[in-house]
Design a protein around this ligand. Structure first.
Ligand SMILES: Cc1cc2nc3c(=O)[nH]c(=O)nc-3n(C[C@H](O)[C@H](O)[C@H](O)COP(=O)(O)O)c2cc1C
Length: 348
């Protein structure tokens, strides 16, 4: 019998691939970030090396495929094909929520990618609300069985509020995240799903043992739109554009975490290597996306994902060359000019 979770997972995949699930009147605001172009960069593009490490694992360039799926039979192929491309390209990957496999361990095979991706940074995933449901031991067992390097806890009040069967009791979750980040056997980070982490939320997480925040801001896939489309009459579509643009969320999160050694991942609507380098200049340690990878995987399988990632890397290398930066340290010491709406937002 197909469980409620498996049915939802299938619907999410289908809606994301076939329907308009993007923000309509809000962008990431990376268009308001201007880099300092150097017509004479005084480096050779072949010198640009974007390799980095994150939570102890090496990346050939700073890209983390954001969580997409797991738990439905259709998830297996998606995960394996994205994972093989990530292994070839030397980048990391997040799996979809592991709630289904914790409830039904036979679903492990829909998440397990170590056969094709033995070396990549691999993050397991669970909703913050599920921390009330599962003990740290249960979660550790599941993480161990898929050989995950980290756990991403997703915080998604906007999505749950619109989801027909959403879990809207978010009381006490900051304390739970603090507690579980001490008890989980791998590093823990917190992620949104496309509506952004604010200064206040990042500040509340600052004192916990989480190792990073993945901002997943607004401007790409709108998860209020995805779940509104699961209501008969599209109830909830007024929330399609809710949330903090990714560039704003990144700046707010960086500010809230400054002075700590916590990392920041820029994501949510990042669609090319130029935007990714802008995010690095604003202080991100890694960048990532989900929907473009899913779409290319559905059309062209592993080969398509590999080409997409190669292209993305090339765009990042060109951008670094054009601002005269050989590596991520140099990119991090670059300054960006903030214009228009982004500047207004950050001033406020
Ligand atoms: C089909 C699909 C399923 C997703 N499932 C999860 C999930 O299980 N857990 C999670 O944290 N995020 C999930 N996400 C959200 C993404 O990780 C990401 O935060 C969001 O899509 C915004 O990034 P994008 O604009 O690059 O798509 C999913 C995304 C897609 C496209």
């Amino acid at each position: 019998m197909v469980s409620v979770i498996e049915k939802r997972k299938k619907e999410h995949l289908e809606l994301c691939v076939k329907k308009d699930v993007l923000f309509h009147n809000k962008t990431t605001l990376f268009e308001d970030v201007e880099l300092s172009y150097k017509a004479l960069p005084e480096i050779s593009m072949s010198e640009v090396d974007l390799s980095t490490s994150f939570l102890g694992k090496k990346f050939s360039f700073p890209f983390l495929a954001s969580a997409i799926t797991g738990g439905a039979q259709v998830s297996k192929k998606v995960n394996l094909e994205i994972a093989s491309a990530c292994q070839e390209l030397g980048v990391g990957m997040g799996l979809g929520s592991m709630r289904a496999m914790i409830q039904q361990p036979s679903l492990k095979e829909t998440y397990y990618v170590r056969g094709v991706a033995p070396d990549i940074f691999l993050a397991g995933n669970l909703g913050a609300a599920q921390l009330k449901q599962f003990t740290p031991e249960k979660i550790n067992e599941a993480l161990d069985s898929i050989e995950a390097d980290a756990l991403a806890i997703h915080v998604n009040a906007a999505q749950e509020a619109v989801q027909p069967e959403g879990d809207v009791d978010f009381t006490g979750l900051i304390t739970k995240i603090a507690e579980y980040s001490e008890k989980i056997s791998v590093p823990v980070y917190v992620k949104e799903v496309g509506h952004g982490i604010s200064f206040e939320v990042a500040s509340a997480l600052r004192g916990t043992s989480i190792k990073a925040i993945d901002v997943q801001g607004a401007g790409g896939t709108s998860w209020t739109a995805v779940d509104a489309l699961r209501h008969k009459e599209g109830f909830g579509l007024i929330f399609r554009d809710f949330g903090l643009p990714t560039a704003v969320s990144l700046i707010e999160t960086k500010t809230a975490l400054s002075g700590t050694d916590k990392k920041v991942i820029a994501s949510g609507g990042i669609r090319n290597g130029l935007e990714a380098v802008k995010a690095l200049v604003l202080g991100a340690d890694l960048c990532g996306n989900a929907l473009p990878l899913l779409k290319v995987q559905q059309k062209k399988g592993t080969k398509g994902v590999r080409e997409y990632l190669l292209n993305f890397k090339k765009e990042m290398q060109i951008t670094s060359f054009l601002i005269g930066c050989k590596d991520i340290n140099e990119i991090h010491s670059e300054k960006a000019l903030l214009l228009g709406k982004l500047r207004d937002w950050v001033k406020e």
